[in-house]
Design a protein around this ligand. Structure first.
Ligand code: HPA
Length: 278
């Protein structure tokens, strides 16, 4: 579907998100969820560590979502009840996301997080697969996003919304996660539109700019969620060395496989931190 056929759907994106949230509440019987997780390429198996979902449905059953097409992105929404000493936490998990490179425009890219915030979520965890620009990083290593550089020249916001991004990737939440796993590093993530991977020269430029990680997601969602008042945690899984770092060619299967191999560790990390974030 082209961006133009979507125009009617997103004429009022917040209203569409509100309709999405109401449909989720109706589908799950849960009036309000507290936390949402967006699982990127290869992260879907990590969601299984959260236990058995109380509900699972296709994203396209909810207003504003379309069927998804990318290998490794299955396009489902799950609702979990996670028991902890503070009581039960209702978590929404999005398996798969829409990317800018799909050419559908920015609105569908951020519709999931907007729907999650409208559904009550105060904390949004964004996961992704990324290339490691920092040569100290190893494949299979999770890295917390400390900050980002946007190279897509696009924003989910328009109009005079001069939102401060100083603490976009919540310092409070990063401290909690590092307390859970002190081996975690923090890095700067570059958002690259794709769908091509970068050239070695582009990776060289990004490293010179101060970037550690590169990927094709997360940044618009982080901005959209933050602008609505939610706290954001970004976790990148290094699935490959970025272009030119090793001289090897990049491929999507390698990205998915690295995600699958790290799924248990990622799942345990998420399960451990969720009760501490709210
Ligand atoms: N570049 C951009 N996006 C990615 C990469 C990469 O090397 N690996 C996984 N997603």
């Amino acid at each position: 579907m082209s961006a133009s056929t979507n125009e009617g759907l997103y004429l009022d994106p917040m209203k569409t998100a509100q309709q999405g949230a109401e449909a989720i509440a109706q589908r799950t019987g849960i009036a309000s969820h507290q936390i949402a997780l967006v699982m990127g390429s290869g992260w879907v198996s990590a969601a299984d560590a959260l236990g058995t979902p109380h509900h699972e449905f296709d994203t396209h059953e909810i207003p504003g979502f379309e069927a998804q097409t990318v290998l490794g992105h299955s396009g489902k929404i799950r609702s979990y009840v996670i028991d902890c000493d503070k009581g039960a936490i209702n978590a929404l998990v999005f398996l798969g996301r829409t990317h800018l490179y799909e050419g559908k425009g920015i609105e569908p890219v951020v519709h999931g997080v907007r729907t999650a915030v409208k559904a009550g979520c105060k904390v949004i965890i964004l996961t992704n697969a990324c290339g490691g620009i920092n040569t100290a990083y190893r494949v299979g290593q999770p890295v917390l996003i400390r900050d980002h550089i946007s190279l897509t020249a696009t924003s989910p916001l328009s109009g005079a919304q001069f939102v401060d991004l100083t603490d976009l990737y919540s310092k409070r939440i990063r401290a909690i996660v590092k307390n859970e796993d002190p081996t975690l590093e923090e890095g700067v993530y570059v958002h690259w539109r794709g769908p091509t991977y970068e050239t070695p020269a582009e990776i060289h430029m990004m490293r010179t700019m101060g970037a550690d990680l590169v990927g094709m997601s997360t940044v618009p969602e982080a901005i959209a969620a933050h602008a609505m008042g939610a706290e954001v945690l970004g976790i990148s899984l290094v699935t490959n060395a970025a272009a030119g770092v090793t001289g090897e060619k990049l491929n999507h299967e390698e990205v998915i496989a690295a995600g699958k191999n790290a799924a248990d560790r990622m799942g345990a990390l998420l399960k451990g931190v969720i009760p501490k974030l709210l």
